[in-house]
Design a protein around this ligand. Structure first.
Ligand SMILES: O=P(O)(O)OC[C@H]1O[C@H](OP(=O)(O)OP(=O)(O)O)[C@H](O)[C@@H]1O
Ligand SMILES: Nc1ncnc2[nH]cnc12
Length: 175
């Protein structure tokens, strides 16, 4: 089962990047090509009833599986990046996360009005990152279709924070 394979492979790193955080390190997954293929397929399978025009992946770990998921779904991929990395005109949102704060942005012409966007990231913690991503997408008059994660840390209540947005939240492995 994919959840147990993910949990057996992900490594807990204590006190990274700050004291008290138990960091879920997904890099061991990337050393297992068969698991990567199966994760991408499982992400796509969960979304089989969701209408999706575009996958938006969040820098940096949302770039690991986001493009292969988009290719499997046969839709475009757009990058949502940390501030200062995208070359063209951008729109920005700032937010707090489990261990700090950040600003993300995307190109202002990345989406067409009305497009249905799947937000993908490796991990849902407090939900601050994907709330900010949702605001970027709505600012461009596009619609969030659903949220897709490999891992969700349910004890940090990210799902509750996403409730007002009214979209389904999918993850392959929950803690
Ligand atoms: O639900 P939240 O509390 O917002 O936390 C989740 C976010 O935190 C991590 O990214 P991070 O900002 O550490 O950046 P990285 O992907 O570049 O490592 C993770 O990849 C998510 O994007
Ligand atoms: N505990 C955690 N492990 C890995 N990525 C995270 N992003 C936010 N919290 C995290």
């Amino acid at each position: 089962m994919i959840e147990s394979r993910i949990k057996q492979t992900v490594r807990d790193v204590h006190d990274f990047p700050t004291p008290g955080i138990i960091f879920k390190d997904i890099t061991p997954i990337l050393k297992d090509p068969a698991l990567c293929i199966d994760i991408t397929a499982a992400l796509a399978r969960q979304l089989s009833n969701v209408e999706i025009d575009v996958v938006a992946g969040i820098e940096s770990r949302g770039f690991l599986f986001g493009p292969s998921l988009a290719q499997l779904l046969n839709v475009p991929f757009i990058p949502i990046r940390k501030a200062g990395k995208l070359p063209y005109k951008t729109i920005q949102e700032s937010y707090d996360l489990e261990y700090g704060s950040a600003t993300i942005e995307c190109h202002q012409d990345a989406l067409l009005k009305g497009q249905r966007v799947l937000i993908h990231d490796d991990l849902l913690a407090t939900g601050g990152t994907v709330v900010a991503a949702s605001k970027l997408i709505m600012h461009m008059e596009a619609t969030v279709a659903a949220y897709s994660f490999i891992i969700s840390l349910d004890f940090l209540n990210g799902r509750t924070r996403l409730k007002p947005y009214g979209n389904e939240v999918f993850s392959l492995a929950s803690y």
